[in-house]
Design a protein around this ligand. Structure first.
Ligand SMILES: N[C@@H](CCC(=O)N[C@@H](CS)C(=O)NCC(=O)O)C(=O)O
Length: 203
């Protein structure tokens, strides 16, 4: 199994999950330039990571990959406790990161550059930072009385952690989000996560 990733990108979530599962895999680093090359576009025409390749089959879209890894390794417990309800909770939190938090970063990452007006672009970035803060406040409140998003550690947790890393380095006000900060520290303290951060050149 091969995971195509870019350092610190949303593919970091899948990388952590693969390490938690503990079965052999290969992590293939893809730079920003590589993502536009025909070789990579043949793997994912969207030119985006993550992409997971297994026996010539390629799966893209983070939510699909996280679910697939959980299904492939039920013994890991990373897809919930086996009940439909607990799996729905895992999926709810994958969706929160993938559909709400991740897209909220787009202006910060440059999606409003087409405006070609520095003041307007700055304004869109400030609005994005405020939006991320609001979403994080919701996650913070949820984590007040539990260690993991879906009740027990799951494939959803590293995705929110990745967005926390982005927030830390992009001027989002993360002050006072103590439960979310503790959650991120819990993930960061994990030996498997430390290994992945080192392998991606992030530690
Ligand atoms: N909908 C895709 C989005 C993936 C995505 O945005 N990946 C980013 C890294 S976090 C990327 O590779 N962007 C490069 C690009 O879109 O050109 C998913 O959920 O997997």
């Amino acid at each position: 199994m091969k995971l195509y990733y870019s350092p610190g990108a949303c593919s970091l979530a899948d990388h952590i999950v693969l390490e938690w599962i503990g079965k052999p895999y290969e992590a293939v680093r893809v730079s920003r330039d590589d993502r536009r090359k025909p070789e990579f576009l043949a793997i994912n025409p969207a030119g985006a990571v993550p992409a997971l390749e297994q026996d010539g089959w390629v799966l893209t879209q983070n939510s699909a990959i996280l679910n697939y890894l959980a299904d492939l390794h039920p013994e890991s417990g990373l897809g919930g406790d086996g009940s439909a309800k607990s799996r729905a909770e895992v999926n709810k939190w994958i969706a929160f990161s993938n559909s709400d938090v991740h897209p909220a970063f787009h202006p910060i990452f440059g999606s409003t550059a087409y405006l070609e007006d520095a003041a307007l672009i700055d304004k869109s970035k400030d609005a994005a930072r405020a939006k991320v803060r609001t979403l994080f406040e919701r996650a913070d409140a949820h984590l007040a009385d539990q260690e993991w998003l879906a009740g027990s550690r799951s494939v959803a947790d590293p995705y929110l952690y990745v967005t926390w890393r982005w927030a830390r380095s992009s001027g989002v006000d993360i002050s006072g989000l103590d439960h979310l900060a503790a959650f991120a520290s819990r993930i960061e303290a994990d030996a498997a996560v430390q290994k992945v951060l080192k392998d991606e050149g992030l530690s």
